[in-house]
Design a protein around this ligand. Structure first.
Ligand SMILES: NC(=O)c1ccc[n+]([C@@H]2O[C@H](COP(=O)([O-])OP(=O)(O)OC[C@H]3O[C@@H](n4cnc5c(N)ncnc54)[C@H](OP(=O)(O)O)[C@@H]3O)[C@@H](O)[C@H]2O)c1
Length: 326
């Protein structure tokens, strides 16, 4: 099968077209013929070897967490899926198994979800990592409740595009940070307040909007980008920083947080809950509750260019790699 493979860790240039064997689904697994794979920051981090201290990677390796397509094979004991079903899934790239930048992908069924006919494959492929982690940050670690306020740091990216919609739909008032080009975009997704982090004083803007601070901050950017995050959070509130894996990243000040009675709850995609979250989110997409982030489609063979764009840190919405017309 066609795949974008890496023969060793390195820059985007190590991603090259290759031919590898089609995987065979084992017990409890399905084989998916991929229509679209979406690109996440975790993909370039895996490509550069950031996860290699945890897992033994075998080359040629295929990166990619997210895919949508058709069931092409079922392993022993699988009864919920049959050949031809439309599905979305999250791969095991994070634990060193081959991922989704390929014509076929083998996965365990607990992280597969059927998709409604009304949800196209490109939209579905954008969901697993970014949407599921957003859900965890807002309603899991963030413990957001209807009527509360949230600040999403990084409203225009993959996570932010989902998080704005999820929070609004839950009856939460939403403020976001974004660059000047994305103000209209985040408002179109439902943001009540869009703060241009390049030209505005974010602390001042947040406190003018939510006197005393917001209930929850979900920080998808990290890297010390939200210097005054604790002062923007009301006493008793929560900051949910998404794990970026960036080494030596400045952290929120734990002493200042304790003094203000703000809890810092590190957040990442929760493997135990991810399948259930994904099925719930996909179901809501099928009912037309949410819309896709802005999607930039690129051919699978341009995965290297897609990685350059994502690593640069200013993609609006999501990049999806087109693998096949299904
Ligand atoms: N550990 C986990 O389980 C997990 C899961 C998912 C994601 N993550 C991590 O979470 C992070 C976000 O993921 P993502 O998919 O949302 O990334 P993304 O789509 O690449 O995010 C890009 C967005 O970040 C915005 N941005 C950049 N600098 C900003 C700043 N200083 N202030 C506000 N916005 C800024 C950009 O908007 P502008 O152009 O407007 O600046 C851009 O739209 C990544 O580090 C990713 O690895 C971790």
């Amino acid at each position: 099968m066609r795949a974008m493979v890496i023969h060793g860790f390195g820059g985007p240039e190590v991603l090259v077209p290759g031919e590898i064997e089609i995987p065979v689904p084992g017990p409890g697994e399905v084989l998916i013929r991929v229509a679209y794979a979406s690109v996440n920051p975790a993909d370039w981090k895996a490509r550069e070897g950031w996860l290699s201290r945890y897992f033994e990677y075998k080359f040629p390796f295929v990166v990619g967490f997210d895919a949508a397509g058709l069931i092409a094979g079922v392993g022993e004991g699988v009864t919920d899926y049959k050949i031809g079903d439309r599905v979305v899934t999250s791969s095991n790239q994070g634990i060193g198994e081959r991922g989704s930048y390929a014509e076929y992908l083998k996965v365990v069924t607990d992280r597969v979800s059927h998709i409604a006919d009304s949800v196209d494959f490109a939209t579905a492929a954008s969901i697993p990592t970014a949407a599921v982690t957003s859900w965890e940050g807002l309603f899991g670690t963030g413990d957001l409740k209807p009527g509360q306020t949230v600040l999403i740091n990084g409203g225009a990216g993959g996570m932010g595009s989902f998080a704005i919609q999820f929070a609004k739909n839950a009856g939460v008032k939403v403020a976001v940070t974004c660059g000047p080009k994305n103000i209209d975009y985040v408002k179109s997704l439902g943001a009540d307040l869009a703060i241009d982090y390049r030209s505005q004083d974010v602390l001042e803007a947040v406190l003018a909007w939510a006197p005393g601070g917001v209930d929850v901050i979900m920080d998808t950017v990290g890297q010390g980008s939200l210097q005054d995050g604790i002062a923007m959070t009301k006493p008793g509130g929560i900051i949910a920083p998404i794990g970026t894996l960036i080494p030596d990243e400045p952290q929120f000040d734990a002493v200042a947080a304790e003094k203000r009675n703000v809890r810092i709850v590190p957040t990442m995609s929760n493997r135990m809950k991810a399948g259930d979250y994904m099925r719930h989110i996909v179901d809501l997409f099928g009912k037309g509750v949410f819309r896709a982030p802005e999607l930039t489609g690129m051919p699978l063979e341009q995965a290297d260019e897609a990685h350059r764009m994502v690593k640069d840190g200013h993609v609006r919405g999501k990049i999806v790699l087109h693998v096949a017309d299904l």
